[in-house]
Design a protein around this ligand. Sequence first.
Ligand code: PEP
Ligand code: MG
Length: 862
Amino acid sequence: MHNNKDLILSAPLSGPVMPLSQVPDPVFASGALGEGIAIDPTNECLYAPCAGVVVHIARTLHAVTLRADNGAEFLLHVGLDTVALAGEGFTVLVEQGERVEEGQALLRLDLDRIAQHATSLISTLVLINGDRFRSIPVAGVSSITVGQPLLHVSAVQSQTALDSSHSSTIEPARGRVRVAHSGGLHARPAALVRQTAQGFVSQSELHFAGQSSSSNSLVGLMGLGIAEQDEVEVVCLGEDSEAALLALIKALSIPSAHEQPRRPSAPVVTLNATVEEGVLQGVCASPGLVSGPLFRLHAVHLPDEPGQQVASVQHHALHTALQQVSADIQCTLHSAEQRGEDEEAAIFSTHLALLEDPGLLDAAKLAIDQGCAATHAWSQALLAQCDVLQALGKPLLAERANDLRDLRQRVLRALLGDARRLDIPIGAIVVAHELTPSDLLMLSQHAVAGLCMAAGGATSHVAILARGKGLPCVVALGSALLDQQSGKTVVLNADQGQLELTPSAQRLHHVIEHHQSQVQQRRTQQQYAHVPAMTLDGVTIEVAANVASRGDAAEAHAAGADGVGLLRTEFLFVDRNTAPDEHEQWTAYQGVLDAMGDKPVVIRTIDVGGDKQLAYLPLPAEANPVLGLRGIRLGQLRPELLDQQLRALLRVSPQQRCRILLPMVSEVDELLNIRQRLEVLSAELGIKHRAQLGVMIEVPSAALLAEQLAEHADFLSIGTNDLSQYTLAMDRDHAGLAARVDALHPALLRLIAMTCVGAARHQRWVGVCGALASDPLATAALIGLGVRELSVSPPLIGEIKARVRELNMAECQRWSQSLLGLNSAQAVRQACQRHSMPHAFVQQQQQQQQQQQQGEPPCTST
Ligand code: PEP
Ligand code: MG
């Protein structure tokens, strides 16, 4: 119950007063925590500056957060770096949750003790919900004694205040949660939190370590410095506060799909290699081996500060520039979504959110009000925030500073009218201090060969984008990189994280040959990608694509896919806060069918739960979500959602090209229930010839019951990702087990064999849509065991088709049986490697082995 009235805060300490910007600590000085004031204390007690409630006392007792009766919240932070004192020198005189009166003693301070261990005694009073309140220091105060007026605090009318905009009878919903996002609350998880919060009417905040941020402010959220496994408090206030709280707790406690490690394309990080003469050593961010002319890319140049400016003109200029950049980013985002580039889309939607961030905008506007030019105001606001992120000492957050630098540059370019017409040679190796995501997109349009950065990290957004575009990229090469002259020919050996500055003619020749042979191989494979893949003895294997959108489907079709083998419908609406209705779903499914010409499309019903969460579909928290209500089991919880999706699927046309696939089936009844629902719904819709119905084989019980399932299903599709997880009892996203969650494990091959045998008894076809289908090493084993459709990631269609054409089905059938008797995934991989080598090479190897056994020197050529 907050009265929202203006308030005068009295001094909590006695001593000299200074603005926050003079505090020798970037976190306070930049205003990242909020507006406020600082006092260098001369007395030994901290007093309440107003009446209110003690909402938080730091574990280390050096800071207290108070909420005044008007809803304004203040952090009273004693000294700098005093957290390190672990409570020494502080005696707390109140309790968390206690109501205090103005002037009541809060903390007793042993100033001598604190001064001995802390960096400084300077203490701060910071308004932490600055999105709802403004604070102005009482004029002309340079030194103060306890109780004298210090700050004037007033509510910001235009913004919805967390507490004040709602009926005073509504109590906030509160909950605590451990943050599960790897690397903590960096930009993308923070953007997810913001996006989730925006789906509700309620206002929400995150509280952590005596600080808080509105869920609307990305920089505020990141500035909290929340690490993975830190516990935070979520507070929501408004009509739908309970639902908002539940959704935010989900968003914080479950890593988003974008964070799932991508196998098998994880970058190879090479550190500590010996640096040779003329070679710079860095870290591989995206693999590859290329050569080309070095091109130095310079950052945008900010002219000298032009002196006092007219605020209204500068506000207008900034507003126009922000609109221009926002429109550009929206274009990039839209195009990424169309192409189904989920990671690229996620990066640029974070940029959009940062561009609207109240923390950044307010800082820039304040500087303009004080006479700054828009260019300098924007630049200072962004750089201050970069410093904050860097000062948190968390590498992932420090890397997010690069996203802010990107926005700084983009807006500066818009303000300065710098369209950046660059003459970058085709095939260049671009060198920069640190590239930004938009630099990368611009460079990829210039057909550059590779990227090198003096700074940066392998987990940065630029690295993610470079990997997605197949552009070799090395980061952290050091400042020596920037001394190199444009124009000289260099070799970028990104696999080894190296830039070779003086390659010999022979080395260049080798690199060029290697590159050309790779390009040629891909080109040849692509030439035949539209032709059906047939084994040497005439068996056709359907090579389809896994897609997540209409754009993906169009690309897959162009790349030669024989169909869509898996449309993951849960990814179609992943960025929404409201559930798509039947018509929207129909439009999306029909779009994918239309993009595929006359080819079949397998559409999987929604597979949420476990590692896949949707903001609009908060599911109850489960102790063991991967073993909980996921996949088809959602029908148990929300049957109306499944019916709605089935209706949308029954309405796509032609139904003959649509195949419905059910995820996570573990027994026959689940299939029979859906069959029955489909019959009822198609009768209601007047549909006579309806889509085929298949089940995913992704839990061992389904593989073991394949024959019974095949009796009632039209086809089976093996999900090797989950089948590995559930067969090997290893979390598919467990970083420490990643190398062992190998679908080529003989136990999985046995389940695959069993599935094919069971399906054959009822003349059903079997496909594989898990990641194993995209592994060329596994092709012979899979088709040998009886798989007739491989649904792969679109760039691999040509390669997998080429692999099928090299194989003889009868031989694969014999050979694959031998794999079932092996002991480990490693043994199977080795056998597959031997099998995939050209025949002449195998003979040569065997000959060498025999010679070595007989003590003869091995031949070096054939
Ligand atoms: C699988 O489990 O192999 C599969 C294809 O489904 P998803 O990866 O979407 O769980
Ligand atoms: Mg699965």
